[in-house]
Design a protein. Structure first.
Length: 287
């Protein structure tokens, strides 16, 4: 009930923000052309504990206060980007914590960070990356913002185990001209029944796609904030920062829309139903 009530309230806020131009930014409502539309789609499934969720949210807060990120978002021809922050779990409505916000200055970037910092730490059951992608694409398609680049930045610590198949969702989103980048979180802790090995490989071959799509894996909590900063700067402005953080891996040829035969690349064996099979085996369903 709490999630449903919160979703209705947030949905109303988004509608009012779009039609009244009431985004939380210093950008003028009449000026809705930006360099990038960016959906931050953040996993809050219960496979991470409250401290890990807080650190993940804190990483995004810190990023929008960071000078490299601020310089990147103002570096394009329009000098501004539009960002929305949503949280997701299983196959039910996502929660939009911050509706579409135009960020065009240090002041508006800090305002975005402050708003996010004041939001509570949430948690949801199960993991439906496919639902997150469909919901994020819907947020992009239903806004009144104009840009030549549309990106979904999806973070998560597990494979899809609820909702539609992940490849179906990914391919549908890519057909809309939206790029999907990934932040797979692979912390060094005991594996649970719903976990899969090589989550970075899963994200690379089953989740991300589009021109210059990439993943920025996270292997420890103390690396999280720096990796988020690096990822944001790279997807906003195409610049590499903080080379000491986890190495970026670009999309496989298949999901990037380029033939593997043309590039003569080896095929990484990745089961895009691994998450569903892990859940199924736990409850005695065929995998």
């Amino acid at each position: 009930m709490r999630a449903a009530s919160r979703w209705l309230g947030v949905a109303a806020t988004v509608v009012l923000g779009i039609f009244a131009g009431a985004d939380r930014s210093v950008g003028q409502p009449s000026s809705r052309t930006v360099d990038l539309e960016l959906v931050l789609a953040v996993d809050v499934s219960q496979s991470m504990d409250r401290e890990e969720h807080a650190l993940q949210k804190g990483g995004y807060v810190e990023a929008f206060r960071n000078k490299d990120v601020i310089n990147a978002l103002m570096s394009g021809p329009q000098g501004k980007i539009a960002v929305t922050y949503m949280e997701w779990g299983g196959d039910f409505p996502v929660e939009v914590l911050i509706p579409w916000t135009i960020i065009d200055s240090e002041k508006s970037a800090h305002a975005f960070a402050d708003t996010l910092d004041n939001e509570p730490v949430n948690s949801m059951e199960r993991t439906s990356i496919s639902n997150a992608l469909f919901s994020a694409a819907d947020l992009i398609e239903r806004n009144d913002i104009i840009s030549h680049r549309k990106v979904i930045d999806v973070s998560g610590d597990g494979a899809n185990n609820a909702g539609p198949p992940i490849e179906q969702a990914r391919d549908a989103v890519l057909k809309k001209g939206i790029v999907i980048n990934g932040l797979p979180i692979m912390l060094n802790k005991p594996m649970q029944f719903y976990d899969i090995p090589h989550l970075d490989r899963y994200y690379k071959n089953c989740v991300i796609g589009g021109p210059a799509a990439f993943i920025a894996p996270v292997f420890s909590l103390d690396q999280l904030a720096a990796t988020i900063r690096k990822k944001l700067v790279l997807e906003i402005a195409g610049r590499e920062v903080e080379p000491g953080t986890a190495p970026v891996q670009f999309a496989s040829a298949a999901t990037a829309g380029v033939s593997r035969v043309q590039l003569k690349l080896p095929t990484e064996k990745t089961d895009c139903f691994a998450g569903e099979k892990a859940i199924g085996s736990r409850f005695g369903f065929p995998g």
